[in-house]
Every structure is written in C-alpha cells, then in structure tokens.
Design a protein around this ligand. Sequence first.
Ligand code: SF4
Length: 384
Amino acid sequence: MEIKREEIILETDEPPSCEVKWNDWRWQLRNSIRDTYKLSQVFQFSKVQLENLGQVAIKYPFSVTPYYLSLIDKNNPKDPIRMQCIPSEGEDKLYFDIQDDPLGEEKDSVLPGLVHRYPDRVLITLTNICPVYCRHCTRKREWQKGKHVRTQNELENIYAYINLHKKVRDVIISGGDPLILSTGKIEAVLRSLRTIPHVEIIRIGTRCPVVLPQRIDDELVFMLKKYRPLWLNAHFNHPNEITPESSKACDKIVCAGIPVNNQTVLLKGINDDVETMTRLCQKLLRIGVRPYYLFQCDPVSATGHLRTSIEKGLEIIKGMRGFTSGLAVPTFVVDGLDGQGKVPLQPLDYLIALEKDYAILKGYKGEVFKYYNPEGANENRHNL
Ligand code: SF4
C-alpha cells in the first residue's frame, strides 16, 4: 500500500494535497523527511528498531523527498525504494573489504571539487548535497563533512585548471546532486565551461529525475538547452521508480536535445535478478532513456548490506543478452579500486575458443557453433 500524501507529516507548510505545492521542487525539498520521528509516523518501528535506526542516522543521515517517499509500499519492509532511502539497522556493520573512499577519488583530486583521473575528462563535484541520500552512495564519506557548495573562488580555480589542461575534452558535473542548486548557479558554471575552447562535451550526473522529478522544470530545461552538446546521466535502480512524473521529467530533457543515459547500481534485494533488471531497462527505453552502465556496488563503508556478488551481475547480463533488445542491455562494470578505472565484464562462456582461422562461439540459447575468422582464414587460403 503506497503512502498517501496526507500521511507525510509536515510541520511548516501547506498540506501536500495542494497540487501546486506538490509540483514545486523547492516545496519538496523544504518538506523532505529527515528525522526518525517523522519516519515513525509513516512506518511501523519497534522502540529498539527506531533507536538503532537513529544511531545509524547520526553517522549516515537520511533525507527523502515527499514524492519519493510516496512511492513506497509502507507495509513492505523490503520495498525496493524504501531500501534505497531509509537507513537499515546494521547498515554501519563492518565488512572486511570496505573503505570510505575505495575508488581513490581523494587521491585523484587535483583541487577541491575536481577529480582528474583519465587523460581526457575531469569530474567536478559541485556540492555534496542531494535531495535523497541513497544508502548505497559511493560518496557516503562526504555526508560527514557538513553540507557545502563550491565557492566562487574554488570554481575559478577549477576553470583555470581545465583551461590549462588542453587534453580535457569532457567535463562531468556531479556531486552530490548538481541539480539541487538554483538554475542561475548551474548556468553560471555551464557558461564558464563553454568559454573553454577544448571542452567538447559536458555531462551532468543527477538523481533528480528519479527522486525529485519536479526539479526538471521549464526554466531549467530552457537553460540547459543553450549549452549543448550536453548529456545527462540519470540513476534509476528499480522499475517502480518509473512513474508518470519521472517519465515526464526525462521526456522534457530528451525533447530539449539532451540524451539521457542511465547508470544503475546492482543492489542486493532491490534489483539483483534478471526479471527486475529486464523490466527496468525495458521501461527505461520506453521513456527514451538508454541503459548505459550496471555498476557493481562499490565496497564503500555502510553499504555492505546492499552489495552482492560479481557472479550475480554476470548472471543478469547473461539472462538479458539475446532475450531482449541489445539496446536494453547495460554494460556491467566494476569500478577498479584506488583509481584503476572501470572494467567492463561479460559472461565468460560466449567465446569457447579462438583459433587463427575460426572461433568456437556459444549463442544466447546455449548452442555451440563455429564461426570463420576472416583474416586468419584468408591467410591460410593464400598459403595453399
Ligand atoms: S544522488 Fe548520487 S551522490 Fe547523492 S546520495 Fe544518491 S548516489 Fe550519492
């Protein structure tokens, strides 16, 4: 049973039955649920559960927009949206391989807010604020630093660095969630980046279409359109997140000529089966969003309860490849530790043998067949 708007306790504002308020992204942010008392008005917790949850939230806070909360089935403790945004007891349990910064982003930070790992692209973290704090977030370490937005001085240093590094042709703006900032502030960043001649493309990483679709308003889209070629990376993890509101948000962006790709994180109990992932990716295509990456969940502190095996990811890809459109099949990727970069993984058994003039392959239905390898076959013919 979904949570009714009226059940979301509000202290300071008009009731959410008012459509105008509900569709205002600033209202959604002002009325986000950030304390255990409000949660306990919506979900049933025992006193002990609530205390444990409060303990987790001291170190790893939560924040959920009324919109995203309203998608949860309140009677299902394993609801896939609930598991992504409401802290769990034992979330801070220690696992042997976890770290605060397993990808080594701090090490590759050349300036505050600028990561330069690959030769031709950089990552700007514009803020550490998000409309919803995902329990599986790679940058959970940032939550303990207090909320911040890059200062003008920090941004000027970032622009100067990019200006100086002529090989940088691709800039990714992420966070936190950069679309949490005002349209004017985002525009100032895009305008500055567009004055740098060697910056060819700009990508924005955001979860707003999923957790705060109201943010994708006409003013924002009109502004973004001016700074193309621009790409937007969204972060849908479950088919229940594809709603009329999130579909409309993606449609607006796509109609403005900004392609939307999706990066899913493989999450235990949320999307770690072929049926759910296939449904998610097919629904994404229907709303004009391309399934891009399926990420193995990084070994980040306080995410161990949501991580699953690499075999599971491979099993999902194998169960999708050939059984649905190739466009619906994301690339399964492990992000290498300590800045090693992304490693794409494929099920191992498609290529059984590769000889000079032929390959032995296995099709998606499991049938094994021989396929001639042109160069090698031609060479052998010349030698006859
Ligand atoms: S929106 Fe992205 S950066 Fe923000 S909490 Fe979720 S995963 Fe982390």
